[in-house]
Design a protein around this ligand. Structure first.
Ligand SMILES: Cc1ncc(COP(=O)(O)O)c(C=O)c1O
Length: 261
């Protein structure tokens, strides 16, 4: 709300962190006072609803949802546009593309399946190997994100046909229950460790992206130990481009997510 006293923005982004509904009222207040466009960043919240039962990603002028973060897909996202005026600005939907999925993606999906059904840590081994190879060849364990990647579309830009197959066959209730069950299980196992959960309370319609928490590297090690048999990944968040410098003592250095993908 301090923005009202200073610079006027044309657009404001409200983030539903980790699939939990953001309270949009202060954002709406700002937008009605200034005429700014409200964009709901629902990258993490596919299928999730707020306490009034409204689907996240459809509560503002524009909404983006990154479906590929909730399901293991080659790509796939949704853009929600609330008005005809704005929809005139949006390019037509590209046709779904029936290409073969990249080999790296297929291997990752296969190893995730093995890990989930047998508890053999195939995905963890696969990821460890990829990261070690990347470290040796590029000097970084994670893919280096460049400034250009913020503005340049990856190619191919068209959605893969598996996205439309997923949407046709999806049972949202089953997926939301799976995620809620995992969330409660994880919370129970880690609540006595020296970590700080970012969200603890699930609403009926919340579809959590994962279990987000703040912890130092020792505590993360303990979390990983407690969750070993659940076949979930514990990842650092956010993965910011190199151009964004995060100081050593910034809390972003200590944000982690148990990913339910
Ligand atoms: C809050 C938030 N918004 C947007 C994005 C971008 O999503 P995508 O990588 O699918 O474009 C991310 C990615 O991690 C995110 O965490």
């Amino acid at each position: 709300m301090d923005l009202l006293k200073s610079q006027r923005c044309k657009a404001v982004l409200a983030v539903n962190y980790f699939g939990f509904a953001q309270d949009l009222s202060p954002f709406r207040e700002y937008c009605s006072a200034t005429g700014a466009t409200l964009i709901e960043d629902n990258a993490h919240g596919f299928l999730s609803k707020d306490s009034a039962g409204e689907l996240l990603g459809t509560r503002a002028d524009l909404g983006i949802t990154s479906i590929r973060k909730t399901f293991r897909l080659v790509n796939g996202a949704a853009l929600y546009v609330s008005s005809e005026e704005l929809s005139d600005l949006v390019p037509n939907q590209l046709d779904f593309q029936k290409s073969d999925a990249p080999k790296g993606f297929l291997l990752r999906r296969l190893s995730a399946k093995i890990q989930r059904s047998t508890s053999f840590p195939a995905l963890s081994l696969f990821q460890f190997t990829i990261r070690m190879v990347r470290l040796l060849t590029t000097g970084s364990r994670l893919p280096r994100s460049t400034q250009e990647s913020e503005t340049e579309l990856p190619t191919p830009a068209a959605p893969h046909h598996s996205v439309s197959q997923l949407i046709k066959s999806l049972n949202p209730g089953i997926e939301i229950s799976r995620r809620q069950r995992l969330f409660k299980q994880v919370l129970n196992r880690v609540r006595n460790l020296s970590i700080e959960p970012i969200f603890e309370h699930l609403e009926t319609g919340t579809s959590p992206y994962g279990f987000a928490f703040i912890a130092d590297s020792n505590a993360v090690h303990q979390v990983r130990k407690q969750l070993r048999d659940l076949s979930v990944e514990v990842i650092h968040w956010p993965d910011l481009p190199d151009a964004v410098q995060v100081p050593e003592d910034h809390y972003y250095r200590n944000v982690w997510v148990v990913n339910f993908l």
